[in-house]
Design a protein around this ligand. Sequence first.
Ligand SMILES: [Fe+2]
Ligand SMILES: [Fe+2]
Length: 265
Amino acid sequence: MIRVLLFGDVFGRIGRGAVRSFLEEKKNELSPDLIITNTDNVSSAKGPTLKTYRELDEMGVDVMTCGDHIWDYPEVLDILSQKNTKLIRPYNYPAICPGKGFIEVEAKGQKVIIASMLGRVWTKEGLDSPFYKTDELLEKIDSKIVIVDFHAEATSEKYAYAWNFAEKITAVIGSHTHVQTADAKILNGFTGYMTDVGFCGPQQSVIGAIPEESIKIFRTGIKTSLKPAKGLAQINAVILDIDEKSGKTLKITPINESDIDLSQT
Ligand SMILES: [Fe+2]
Ligand SMILES: [Fe+2]
């Protein structure tokens, strides 16, 4: 059995601090073979920088996925071009874009593929179809264990994608909405699924941001960039227990911890 621990969108300094303290406290007990974090909002409310990438790397994170915020900081190009980079960008950006959309890692001597896909409903223009791009990806890889972080807004798109690849992909885990959904399940006894794993960051917030600033945007229609809220933190993650012979998910266990006080750390 291979155990994967996947954290939802890590949001800013509080998110990184919460992941660090969670791993310090629980890593031995949970003993994951692979740790994945979504880094879509890891630097303030934005995508990865060299500093935040390094921080997660030093915590022992094995793979970093991302989403619509991947290109926020130009220095992400330096991270994506590093020889043994742990960061992948969404696979269905046009092939001309820098970086790779999937990564091959080893866990307990088994090849594991992690891929990042971005949904097309209410997100970005110019993306290729995650459906056809995944068909193409599955043709070119030869691993039984494939995990996809499907970063998207629409529940229907996430479900349709997961059912399209049921029994072909080990797990499809949704991210991006920052709210953990109560629908963790195994499709057709094979593909681990949840619509959204949720996020790691400030709990007293509007999906991570200071409530007053977000309210102002909705009351005025004037869009400004949001700052992370302060205070207590939350951790949203999921554990996948995977059968290495068949590549199927045996068990999917959501993690949802709140009221985490990081003021002493
Ligand atoms: Fe996010
Ligand atoms: Fe996102």
